[in-house]
Design a protein around this ligand. Structure first.
Ligand code: HEC
Length: 262
């Protein structure tokens, strides 16, 4: 298990940031969000692209962090809404969040599970600006930001053919398969899962429509991979099955779907 420091990095960072940095950082006005295609323009050369920031957040951070507006539900690291809510409640301005996030990306806890430099350069700034804009903020993203990332599992249904069924992991790192529905005929089937995301996943199958909740031991379960393809072979009977990922937290976050056999 990764060691999580007793005091959150956000709190520590808030405390050590010099006052002049806390005050001066940029903040996009709410109104600017609607026009956020190119990010909101603030002062001198600082023009973060919130759309890119959100996309990269979902791809690089969301598997480990919950952030409501990004619709990510990872549980490896702290819930970022909760982490920042505390800071904001203690009187820090929202504009100080960006520096905190950038610093965390550059210098995560060396004993923690967060890899260093997941995003760099302008993209790091964009990700941090998106977190600054959206953490601990009720409501949903609007305008172009709302459609920046496709809904997880919205791909067209996977259909079995000749005893083969492909159900791939979301390649952008979302805790989801590309499709939340699949269908097939009874009999022996090999279910393959390609995973190009870099986030560890597997595919398991159980009888019934358990949805996000596990129902005891699965009928079959593949190995865990973060890049490549894995598969399971099962003998399907008519009925409804649930396919899901067994990495802790992934099924609860939405990485499951329904397979109808008839
Ligand atoms: C592999 C899992 C993982 C990924 C991917 C990841 N993090 Fe983290 N993150 C953690 C863990 C674990 C911690 C707590 C330990 C630490 O501070 O390093 C953490 C801490 C943080 C904190 C401090 C929160 C607090 O309460 O102090 C922030 C901010 C943060 N991460 C942002 C990000 C951003 C932005 C990204 C994407 C660029 C990201 N993380 C990607 C696991 C991850």
């Amino acid at each position: 298990m990764p060691k999580i420091p007793a005091e959150s990095a956000v709190r520590r960072a808030f405390k050590r940031r010099p006052a002049r940095l806390r005050a001066g950082a940029s903040a996009c006005a709410l109104g600017a969000l609607a026009l956020a295609a190119g990010g909101c323009s603030v002062k001198g050369g600082d023009n973060p692209n919130l759309i890119r920031g959100k996309q990269a957040f979902v791809a690089k951070c969301g598997a480990c962090h919950t952030l409501a507006r990004a619709n990510t539900k990872g549980i490896v690291g702290p819930n970022l809404d909760a982490a920042f809510e505390r800071g904001l409640a203690e009187g820090e301005g929202r504009s100080s969040l960006r520096g905190v996030v950038e610093a965390q990306i550059e210098v995560p806890n060396p004993e923690g599970a967060m890899p260093k430099d997941l995003v760099t350069g302008a993209l790091r700034r964009d990700v941090a600006a998106y977190v600054e804009e959206s953490a601990a903020k009720p409501g949903k993203d609007t305008g172009l930001l709302a459609s920046a990332v496709p809904a997880p599992g919205a791909g067209k249904p996977a259909v079995e053919s000749g005893g083969k069924l492909a159900i791939d992991a979301n390649p952008e790192g979302q805790l989801a398969y590309t499709s939340a529905t699949a269908s097939g005929k009874p009999g022996p089937v090999t279910i393959t899962m390609a995973n190009m995301s870099g986030v560890s996943h597997n595919i398991a199958i159980e009888l019934g429509s358990g949805g996000a909740t596990a129902k005891g031991a699965p009928q079959a379960a593949s190995s865990f991979i973060s890049k490549g393809t894995t598969s399971i072979s099962v003998n399907l009977k008519p009925g409804t099955y649930t396919f899901f990922c067994q990495v802790p937290g992934h099924r609860a976050a939405g990485m499951y779907g329904a397979l109808t056999v008839k």
